[in-house]
Design a protein around this ligand. Structure first.
Ligand SMILES: Cc1cc2nc3c(=O)[nH]c(=O)nc-3n(C[C@H](O)[C@H](O)[C@H](O)COP(=O)(O)OP(=O)(O)OC[C@H]3O[C@@H](n4cnc5c(N)ncnc54)[C@H](O)[C@@H]3O)c2cc1C
Length: 321
């Protein structure tokens, strides 16, 4: 069985979750090939090879510096034709979702998205994935397909592969594969020091209960003390209090941190589907009947304006020791 793991990079740095893909591939056994595209993929490929990436296919070209759906799909399709993998694993990140849906359409291949586990039943891949907003856990498999089975994996479910063997294989790229109707004019950096929401171990999210944009620093302070990321409900994104990139939920990001703290968030199903797999959920809400308490590991019924500054102060003192 041949498995492709499609690693992800941004600004020339590997997404740590790329190592989770390698770990998932290892759990299946077989022949692992890790794919990395970048303007200078060789250095990244060496890092992947040192942590169990198997045969690491490095494709370098200036046009591959930033993610471009069209070019990436053509280059990866070309590698799939060349190596004929049985399974292609990618990340259920914004990039991964865009890439894999296009790949599946262009190859006519079966695809399962947002997987939380992959396993083998004989020679068939079985993918476990939440469905219907997480109320159903489905196990799906592809039957009678002569195409590779494409799967995007949720982040922070598999541990990162720490070691293993690997070798770098430099792959050349034909310029015709890089032609695209899309060109990237500008890439805006995320604010310095901010922690990436989908990779964060701790997330502190704010909802409409914080009353206004002027109170966002109160929530960001707590996130910063815990070295976590700041998240938001759609209500406050729609209200213009914070950027869409912070939104958690059905139409925002799916997150899976070790600790998720929800401040003044009611717990609408569209928010829950994006964060309910978090390991520990703490909710602060002044309404004891708020639905968020149904899924919270710990609930604090009270006023966010009293509780958040108090716990921030306590954490500052504790963590300073
Ligand atoms: C198609 C679709 C997609 C959607 N996608 C998303 C999505 O991706 N993400 C998302 O979040 N939502 C999404 N929504 C919106 C979702 O339905 C809710 O409207 C939204 O999540 C509510 O946000 P909220 O909890 O911040 O606000 P509210 O529901 O207004 O809740 C505010 C909470 O704050 C509490 N509160 C008030 N004052 C205080 C205080 N002083 N201290 C403590 N608590 C206080 C209240 O008791 C209340 O529970 C979507 C909706 C649709 C229809």
């Amino acid at each position: 069985m041949k498995i492709f793991a499609v690693a992800q990079q941004k600004d020339g740095k590997l997404a740590a979750a790329s190592y989770e893909l390698i770990e998932a591939a290892k759990s299946l056994g077989g022949d692992i090939h890790t794919v990395i595209l970048s303007d200078n993929a060789s250095a990244l490929a060496s890092e992947l090879a040192a942590r169990g990436g198997g045969k690491v296919l490095a494709v370098s070209h200036p046009e591959l510096k930033n993610f471009n759906d069209e070019a990436y799909v053509k280059v990866i399709s070309n590698l799939i034709s060349k190596y004929s993998p049985d399974i292609v694993l990618g990340l259920a990140s914004f990039y991964g979702k865009a890439l894999f849906s296009r790949l599946a359409a262009s190859l006519g291949a079966p695809m399962a998205s947002e997987a939380t586990a992959v396993s083998l039943d004989g020679n068939s891949l079985v993918v476990t994935r939440p469905s219907h907003g997480g109320s159903v856990i489905a196990q799906v498999t592809a039957t009678d397909s002569d195409k590779p089975y494409l799967v995007t994996l949720r982040m922070k479910i598999y541990p990162e592969s720490k070691d293993g063997s690997g070798e770098v294989v430099e792959e050349s790229v034909d310029a015709s594969l890089l032609e695209s109707k899309m060109s990237i004019k500008e890439v805006k950096a995320e604010s310095a020091g901010s922690v990436n929401l989908t990779e964060a171990d701790v997330i502190v999210s704010a909802g409409r209960g914080i009353k206004g944009t002027e109170n966002i620093p109160m929530v960001k302070d707590l996130a910063q003390v815990l070295k976590g990321a700041f998240g938001a409900s759609r209500a406050i994104v729609d209200a213009g209090w914070t950027e869409y990139s912070n939104q958690v939920g059905q139409t925002g990001k799916t997150v899976n941190p070790k600790l998720y703290i929800a401040i003044g968030i009611s717990g609408a199903i569209q928010h829950l589907v994006g964060m309910q797999t978090s390991k520990v959920i703490v909710a602060v809400n002044k309404d004891k009947d708020a639905p968020i308490f149904n899924i919270a590991s710990y609930g604090i019924v009270g006023d966010a304006f009293e509780i958040v500054p108090a716990i921030t102060k306590k954490f500052k003192a504790e963590l300073a020791d």
